[in-house]
Design a binder for this molecule. Structure first.
Ligand SMILES: Cc1ncc(COP(=O)(O)O)c(C=O)c1O
Length: 347
């Protein structure tokens, strides 16, 4: 089947570009000598995770237990969830996964660690944990090396919980003193630190520089609009993801409406929402739930109802999560249709 025979809106992916992106980051990490743990939240497709592992990734990340269930069912056997897993229902699912795969999770409080320990006692299970450090990202994480040491001392006494080390996000040079002091404090206490996990696409070399034992990268596979600083430096040859739409109305000169809105592209701010490949001069200026509003005044082209327009979406991970399927294409030919098996797995 050819790509222009697919009904729209449809999410498609240029497999040659995807393959190149996967290989380039794998090669970069190999050259740097830092293990790469890929974050599957960017695609939520088990086949892509396997592809990344085959290229050299040592494991994957999932942000939620539900995503990890999908990946373990698909045969992935080493998963880090860099997220505090809170509540008996989730902990139980996590512990059951930990019987079938190596599962590691983040903790930044005694409550979270105790919850894991209580869940482990229920099913005689074990889970590995990393203490999350807030080294400047200002999301989760303990606030100082002393707080990390304090938490570590309490975690080592908890049954069913194996403290493996620490994690932070994103890797920044300024984080090094925080990481070094934390590792030193834990080692002074006789606590082995096997893992120092850093991350962020584009931060792989920094992870290596600041002494991480692995780096977590996710969005490198899409290199979407959020990864470039303005339209001019966008190299569409590095962006495999496209939303293909159809023009459903040309209501007035200078205005074009396509059949994808927030439920197709996400409403993630700010505009431009996406870059049109056929007519880069177009601006998506707004989104209704199911309509995309385009300002076409900068274009000399006369748009017609029924015409197809393809966009590189602003945020690959958010856009992927809205679609049941992703179509893999080479040139104009459809090669594979993937189920986005982890989509919507927010628990
Ligand atoms: C905890 C954590 N690690 C790693 C990543 C991957 O970052 P990136 O998508 O920039 O590669 C993310 C992304 O948000 C994250 O939240």
């Amino acid at each position: 089947m050819r790509i222009d025979e697919l009904d729209t809106p449809v999410l498609d992916c240029d497999l040659d570009v995807l393959e190149r992106n996967i290989q380039q980051t794998a090669d970069l990490c190999r050259r740097l000598g830092i293990p790469l743990r890929v974050h599957s939240k960017s695609h939520k497709i088990p086949e892509i995770a396997h592809w990344q592992m085959d290229a050299g990734a040592t494991g994957i990340c999932c942000q939620k237990v539900g995503e990890a269930e999908v990946m373990v069912a698909a045969g992935i056997r080493d998963i880090l969830i860099p997220y505090n897993i809170v509540g008996a229902a989730k902990v139980d699912r996590l512990l059951r996964l930990a019987r079938r795969a190596t599962m590691t999770v983040a903790v930044d409080s005694l409550e979270t660690a105790q919850g894991l320990s209580a869940g482990a006692a229920q099913i005689a299970g074990r889970v590995r944990v990393l203490i999350e450090l807030d080294t400047g990202g200002r999301r989760c994480g303990v606030q100082s090396p002393a707080a990390a040491q304090d938490l570590a001392r309490q975690i080592v006494g908890l049954p069913g919980v194996d403290l493996q080390g620490v994690l932070t996000y994103p890797s920044r040079r300024e984080a090094k003193p925080f990481l070094d002091e934390t590792v030193a404090r834990l080692r002074q206490d006789g606590i082995a630190v096997h893992v120092v996990s850093g991350g962020g696409t584009g931060h792989e070399a920094i992870s290596q520089e600041i002494g991480c034992t692995e780096t977590r990268s996710g969005s490198y596979i899409w290199e979407g609009l959020t990864r470039v600083h303005g339209r001019d430096d966008l190299d569409s040859n590095r962006c495999p993801l496209r939303v293909v739409t159809t023009v459903v109305s040309v209501p007035a000169p200078g205005r074009v409406i396509v059949d994808g809105g927030m439920k197709t592209f996400t409403s993630y701010p700010p505009i431009p929402y996406g870059l049109c490949l056929e007519y880069p001069e177009l601006h998506i200026v707004g989104m209704s739930v199911e309509h995309g509003h385009i300002d076409s005044r900068a274009s000399t082209h006369r748009f017609r109802v029924g015409e197809r327009l393809s966009f590189i979406p602003l945020h690959g991970g958010l856009t992927t999560n809205l679609h049941d399927k992703m179509v893999g294409v080479r040139g104009e030919q459809v090669e594979v249709v993937w189920e986005v098996a982890g989509r919507g797995k927010i628990r």
